[in-house]
Ligand binder design. Structure first.
Ligand SMILES: [Cu+2]
Length: 491
């Protein structure tokens, strides 16, 4: 397989199976009752709480090869963490120190990025930190941010799409003391359910096709096709992650539902919607009320306005016109108890005062501000605490892009020349529709270190791999960046 495969198709699939060392066993739902005979129970990635020692939580992840029955009756060669395919859901709480060890038992170098976490650059898992087969990497950090659904995935130089597509991804549940709300389900695997959406193209012999197509033609939920979740409660909370390499999703349920959290945590209040758009890397937590006898289907519908693409042909190449049934949700039995009212106040939304620093990011073709990613170049240094205003423009009229910032949360201040579906709350990844400018208040974690960079990039992973990424360092006031030359592996 070529080193720089610009594999168009692809998508990651996340999900889980395979118990992790130290994790609880994988739980699945009971066998389905009727309906789609092909549907299989939704696998729930095991919740891996690590080893708690005082205030320190230790995790061990092993990136490894394996095979998995993604499609019924076919074994597909895959990669995973602590199992053949995808990884366990990591659980961590605000205030804890995390001691992580990742072992690389793959045939090539990789590294893991903790997407959505605010942490020192030494722990962030950018491409400069890649490590070889047989090696381990042991970053540490303190959890210092609000409860949220985050995730982890590889970030190797020019190969993030490939490694994620092969299955290296898992969820992170960040918890804190402020996030128990009346009526909000929080029993993991019972009424608080991870829904990791990926997609794939398969070769004729049932293997992941790494060469074809812009976007996968087979949706995968928690790593399998056609899953069914049998609810045992009248209210469920879905922690939805778009883990795809390229594909945007517009999620509907055929009935209104509530969004309670975005990438970086809870909203001020639940927001009722008919659908929600997730670009690759984004998460949303939704609350669904079920009535006995009324099953629902989580569906990926056409993107509203084709995502801002100019015509149907272009929209088709990005999958923006596709409709898929993703997950069947079987309603609970009549005797399931009624749900208490859902809290109407969640977490206060307080915008910090901006510092006056503004930056501009123009995304065009596979470059940002006319430059392709260079691991030896620092694009800018942040030498202060406090948020900045960033103006991010998609200068392609015929391409979807989105924008992700490491070690940060941001709030959408405005959108010009386009529409972004859901702008409330704190995000770390957001769509930037064709020709639109999205203005963000970016709140960056302040962990000065002139030697190692954080990334900002398009999270359509093969755009990132093709150069649509830049680097910034966080430094003390007046300090100059002094990048350690990265050890570029696998060249
Ligand atoms: Cu892009």
């Amino acid at each position: 397989m070529s080193r720089r495969t610009f594999f168009k198709g692809s998508v990651l699939a996340v999900a889980a199976a395979a118990a992790a060392s130290g994790a609880t066993a994988c739980s699945t739902q009971p066998e389905p009752r009727g309906a789609d005979a092909e549907a299989r129970p939704l696998p729930i990635p095991p919740l891996y709480e690590g080893e708690l020692d005082g205030n320190t939580r230790r995790f061990e992840l092993t990136a490894q090869e394996g095979e998995f029955e993604i499609v019924p009756g076919t074994m597909t060669k895959t990669w995973g963490f602590n199992g053949p395919w995808l990884g366990p859901t990591l659980y961590m709480r605000r205030g804890e120190q995390i001691d992580m060890t990742v072992h690389n038992e793959l045939p090539e170098a990789t590294v893991v990025h903790w997407h959505g976490l605010h942490l020192p650059a030494t722990a962030d898992g950018g491409p400069a930190l890649m490590f070889d087969p047989g090696e381990s990497w042991s970053p540490s950090w303190t959890v210092d941010q609000a409860a949220a659904t985050c995730w982890y995935h590889p970030h190797p130089h020019e190969k993030s799409a490939l490694h994620a597509y092969r299955g290296l991804a898992g969820g992170i549940v960040l918890d804190d003391d402020d996030s128990v709300f009346p009526g909000l389900p929080n029993d993991y695997g019972v009424d608080d359910i991870p829904v990791i959406i990926g997609d794939a193209n398969f070769t004729e012999d049932g293997q992941l096709d790494e060469e074809s197509g812009w976007v996968g033609d087979t949706p995968l939920i928690n790593g399998i096709t056609k899953p069914r979740f049998e609810a045992t409660t009248r209210r469920v909370r879905l922690r939805v992650l778009n883990g795809a390499v390229l594909r945007f999703r517009y999620l509907t349920l055929g009935a209104p539902f509530h969004v309670v959290a975005t990438d970086q945590g809870f909203l001020e209040s639940p927001v009722e919607v008919d659908g929600v758009l997730l670009s690759p890397g984004e998460r949303v937590e939704i609350v669904v009320d079920l009535e006995p006898g009324k099953d629902l289907t989580l569906r990926d519908d056409k993107l509203p306005n084709w995502g801002g693409l100019p015509d149907k042909d272009t929209a088709e190449t990005f999958g923006a016109t596709d409709v898929f049934d993703l997950l069947e949700i079987v309603a609970p039995a009549e005797d399931a108890p009624a749900s208490p009212a859902l809290a109407d106040k969640l977490v206060p939304f307080e915008l910090p005062q901006p510092t006056g620093v503004e930056r501009e990011f123009r995304m065009k073709n596979m470059e940002i501000n006319g430059k392709s990613m260079d691991m030896t170049r620092v694009d800018f240094a942040v030498d202060h605490k406090g948020p900045e205003i960033w103006h991010v423009t998609n200068e392609n009229d015929d391409m979807l892009h989105n924008f992700h910032v490491h070690n940060a949360r941001f709030a959408v201040q405005g959108v010009e020349n386009g529409e972004v579906e859901f702008t409330a709350g704190w995000h770390d990844t957001i769509e930037v529709p064709p020709l639109a400018t999205v203005t963000l208040l970016v709140d960056i974690g302040y962990y000065p270190d002139p030697t190692l960079a954080y990334m900002y990039h398009c999270h359509m992973l093969n755009h990132e791999d093709s150069g649509m990424m830049g680097q910034f360092v966080v430094v003390e006031p007046g300090q100059e960046p002094n990048l350690k030359l990265p050890n570029i592996h696998g060249e």
